[in-house]
Design a protein around this ligand. Structure first.
Ligand code: PLP
Length: 355
């Protein structure tokens, strides 16, 4: 992705901080220059400024959400964001099921010391993609349940943003603490949203899929959260995978899945939720049950999300890891990609150096 739109334009506060640390803005056309700034991870002043920039971006997003969507979110909460086209393989459904699990747990154990979280979704579904629309309906119903429960006291908020587009994206990436990149392994060619989040100082929770693999390689396992079935095991898994077993045996999973059919959530009589339920547990003549391994990855995702939320409580340590993500994002600039294409594939030379 291009650092002009996704850092300089979208996140002027962070762009300023980087330029001031470097003493110049050469990173704008040569993102690898950010690497030189890694040493500032131990400079508490710089890290505190990074925290202040993130906080301002969260307030800016909160104002936008208030104005356009009519909702109030807590800017001191963790902003956990999944924004991308709505597709079964991208597994917004898995994220929503895990939010339900966290909701039920919080009702049982109100004194748990996890930070408050705002879960934001943004996505469009292709016009004829019925199941994608069912998932949007499901997320909206989860939001209705969680947001209006007085027991929760705003410690979990959920919102699905209508009409996700680049203008929303420019507000959302800079405000994110957590980047959700949870596609079924082997299904995402690369992704670019994952890169935009990284460059804007969010930590990734994701599967070993697409460019998440390169991101994890670049920042190290200690600066991101990787979970889920690995691609080399996935084929084997499919030979014996039985989502009904997960449904019966993974602690807490049944109660989340059952909200689709037990009256906890309503699809307004459309049959959408029964269809989602059947898709997970029974499949159909043209598809096996749970082909996107939602129930298979649930437990590892939950465990990893718990670690992440516990880590967030150490504000400075968290922000230092965000800084490492930012300054190592150089290889994900489209300038690098296009230079490689020009040299290796098109075999052309540039007319003039980029200024
Ligand atoms: C970056 C971007 C995408 C692509 O997101 P992925 O997570 O890579 O699928 C889609 N829509 C908008 C508006 C974007 O800015």
């Amino acid at each position: 992705m291009t650092p002009r739109r996704w850092l300089k334009m979208a996140n002027p506060g962070l762009a300023d901080l980087l330029t001031r640390c470097a003493g110049h803005d050469k990173w704008v056309t040569d993102l690898d220059q950010l690497q030189e700034l890694e040493k500032f991870k131990d400079d508490d002043d710089v890290i505190r400024r990074l925290i202040a920039v993130k906080r301002q971006n969260k307030q800016r997003l909160a104002r936008q959400l208030e104005k356009i969507e009519g909702i109030t979110v807590n800017p001191d909460a963790v902003f956990d964001i999944q924004i991308k086209r709505l597709h079964e393989y991208k597994r917004q459904f898995l994220n929503a099921l895990l939010i339900l699990d966290q909701y039920f747990k919080l009702k049982e154990t109100p004194d748990s010391d996890f930070p408050p979280v705002v879960y934001l979704f943004g996505a469009k579904a292709a016009p004829g993609y019925f199941r994608a629309k069912s998932i949007i309906k499901f997320i909206n119903e989860v939001a209705r349940l969680v947001n209006h429960d007085p027991d929760i006291k705003g410690r979990i908020q959920v919102h699905f943003i209508a009409n996700y587009n680049v203008s929303w994206a420019e507000k959302l990436f800079p405000a994110a603490d957590v980047s959700e990149q949870i596609s079924t392994v082997g299904m995402e060619a690369s992704g670019t949203g994952n890169m935009k989040f990284m460059m804007n100082g969010a930590l990734t929770i994701g599967t070993c899929d697409g460019a998440n693999v390169e991101i994890a390689e670049t920042v190290g396992d200690e600066n991101c959260y990787v979970f889920g079935c690995k691609v080399e095991h996935f084929q084997d898994t499919q030979n014996y995978y039985n989502p009904k077993w997960q449904y019966e045996h993974v602690e807490g999973l049944k109660r989340c899945v059952d909200t689709l059919i037990d009256g906890t959530l309503s699809d307004g009589g459309t049959g959408m939720f029964q269809d989602l339920y059947n898709g997970l547990l029974y499949g159909s003549s043209w598809q096996p049950a749970d082909p996107f391994y939602v129930l298979g990855d649930f437990d590892d995702y939950r465990h990893t999300r718990q670690l992440l939320l516990a880590d967030y409580n150490d504000e400075m340590a968290w922000a230092r890891r965000c800084w490492i993500n930012i300054v190592r994002s150089g290889r994900f600039s489209s300038d690098r990609t296009i230079q490689e294409y020009a040299a290796d594939i098109w075999q052309i030379e540039s007319l003039a150096p980029m200024v």
